[in-house]
Design a protein around this ligand. Structure first.
Ligand SMILES: [Zn+2]
Length: 588
């Protein structure tokens, strides 16, 4: 890249009536030695460009010409700005489209309090371009400042320094002093409250859920400390959480300094907070050391999933961490059955594809299994030192899989040749499936839960005598997942429901698993709950399997279409695209 963006100044107004952001972005440029008169090339999608300007050493902006390239369905439209070699800054005046793929504008009815509208962004993988004209690749890092204007009753937050005591006056300024890739650009605007969890951690949420959120996430400071003791200092200042409305399409998004989380993790008993451990872990793997391309995504997610379980082990013990690892291995096996070989490769080839299509369990669970295998092979002590050194070495850089391999060989394999011989590296990174000799995390508790499911299913033990005392969410999930491959009659479903009230559970993971079984085995008493769930929750992890299960039968497909007709307007554009694909409906 001949001309690179190094810093961004944003000045935007959030117009809720028209559902647009409007203002300008000033990009500070760095030219390579051989750049010559090369123009600045930016990524955009559905942006309306008003004018472009450039400034040289005298600091004054003057109009410069721009042109738009061909529009690509996946990549959007290139914006080519004819700034001279003397221009060190370029300013783009623009506004976003109401259907920007990286933004969701919620009506008051779609929020928890139902009084004010809400806006949030989701830039990963390549949606930042739909709200900021940028070099939208994880290989380019920049710092940023921003000024955001909003209606006076609302506050704005960004993936930057947020002041918990900020005055609610409709104008907010932000500074992000560490260089980040574009996919970590984030904004949220809403009627939000703040609760401190410690001196440097806290949570933002809408008023009706702020107390529940503060309770659920009260272990956050302990998690930061656990991660720091393993992988070195947290380098981003504050660590805050923002609980979004339920249409947020993901579990969490690791926006630096301000993790975005789904309200579906508010289970009331901290049983789903491994998600916070995961997003926090990204402060090292992903935000600090970043995948240079989306084919290297496993460097973000595999390493993070591994660290998530290490943090969990420190906080909640080995038993719970190994249950998560065993569940992870189980879902990896299922994913491998489902996927084409080419998607089972850690360094996945995404040529011609939307990088969102590379989001499967492979980068997460196969990546984590690879790291766990390294840990078991080289020993935890040695491996911990290695991983901490890796973060220090590549801090604030974007790196490729090849760079990771080079570092691994030099700093671990060379000094431990005996163990290194037991790791089929090429196979792990460049081949489908799981290599022989991979770690095989097992969990006693987890196996017991499955055995109990089997014993009841084989009519050896009546349901009332099935011992579930003290079970965690992970054990309930193991129990329910047993029935995915072991058929239940509607009568058996009813018996389970009478005993354990699954249809009415307040735990979203258990609810999801139960609804999946309800669709599969035609358990009609859960259908109204299914409809309620699908019309209020927009988390893609839940939507995709439920709709996929529904369309397996003609009646289910009819039900799916009727539910989707009501649910679609409330879903995020990313979730809409996913379900459109499953139901073969939508605008295209
Ligand atoms: Zn992640």
């Amino acid at each position: 890249m001949e001309v690179r963006v190094r810093h961004v100044d944003l000045d935007l107004e959030a117009d809720f009536a028209r559902k647009i952001l409007r203002g300008f972005a000033t990009l500070h440029l760095e030219r390579s030695r051989d750049a010559g008169q090369a123009p600045l090339v930016l990524d955009t999608r559905d942006l309306e460009i008003a004018k472009t300007e450039a400034a040289g050493s005298d600091g004054a902006f003057h109009a410069v010409r721009y042109s738009l390239g061909r529009t690509d369905k996946i990549l959007g439209t290139e914006l080519i700005i004819e700034a001279s070699a003397a221009a060190s800054r370029v300013r783009i005046w623009y506004q976003t489209s109401p259907s920007a793929s990286g933004l969701q504008w919620l009506s008051p009815a779609q929020t928890a309090a139902k009084r004010h509208p809400f806006l949030f962004s989701q830039s990963q993988a390549i949606h930042a371009r739909s709200w900021i004209p940028l070099q939208d690749t994880p290989g380019v890092r920049f710092t940023y400042n921003a000024r955001i204007r909003t209606p006076k009753a609302l506050i704005a937050l960004m993936s930057a320094e947020n002041d918990p005591k900020t005055e609610r006056d409709g104008e907010y300024t932000f500074r992000m002093p560490q260089p980040i890739p574009s996919y970590l650009m984030a904004i949220a605007v809403g009627d939000l409250m703040f609760r401190a969890l410690s001196n440097r951690t806290g949570v933002y949420a809408e008023p009706p859920i702020i107390e529940a959120a503060a309770k659920e996430f009260s272990d956050t400071e302990k998690m930061v400390q656990a991660a720091e003791s393993l992988y070195g200092p947290y380098r981003w200042g504050r660590y805050d959480l923002l609980v979004l409305p339920p249409s947020f399409p993901f579990g969490g998004m690791e926006n630096p300094r301000l993790t975005f989380v789904t309200p579906t993790v508010l289970a009331g008993d901290k049983s789903l907070v491994s998600l916070v451990a995961h997003e926090l872990a990204h402060s090292w793997s992903g935000n600090l050391v970043t995948n240079a391309t989306w084919s290297d995504f496993w460097l973000n997610e595999g390493v993070t999933t591994y660290i998530e379980r290490r943090i969990e082990e420190v906080l909640y013990g080995e038993r719970r961490a190994s249950m998560e690892a065993a569940l992870g291995r189980q879902s990896l096996e299922k994913e491998i059955e489902r996927l084409d070989d080419r998607f089972e490769i850690l360094h996945v080839d995404l040529t011609g594809m939307d990088p969102d299509e590379g989001v499967t369990d492979i980068p997460y669970e196969k990546g984590a299994l690879f790291l766990r295998t390294l840990e078991e092979t080289f020993g935890r002590k040695v491996f911990d030192v290695f991983l901490r050194g890796y973060f220090d070495h590549f801090a604030f850089q974007s790196i490729t899989t090849a760079q990771f391999i080079g570092y691994l060989k030099k700093n671990l394999f060379v000094s431990h040749p005996e163990q290194a011989r037991r790791i089929p590296l090429e196979e792990w990174i460049y081949k489908a499936g799981v290599p022989a000799g991979a770690a095989n995390p097992v969990s006693d508790a987890f196996e017991k839960a499955e055995q109990r499911a089997a014993r009841w299913h084989n009519e050896q033990v009546p349901i009332a005598k099935t011992d579930t005392a003290g079970w965690t969410t992970q054990e309930w999930l193991a129990f329910l997942r047993y029935f995915e491959d072991h058929r239940l009659t509607p009568e058996q479903m009813a018996r389970l429901d009478r005993q354990f009230q699954f249809t009415q559970t307040g735990n979203s993971e258990i609810e999801f698993e139960w609804l999946l079984l309800s669709v599969r085995y035609g358990y009609t008493p859960a259908y109204s709950r299914l409809e309620e769930f699908l019309t209020t929750v927009g988390r893609r992890k839940f939507l995709r399997p439920l709709y996929e299960e529904l369309v397996k039968t003609p009646e289910g497909a009819i039900r799916a279409r009727s539910i989707y007709a009501k649910a679609r307007p409330g879903y995020h554009p990313i979730a809409q695209a996913t379900v459109d694909e499953i139901l073969k409906v939508g605008s295209n």
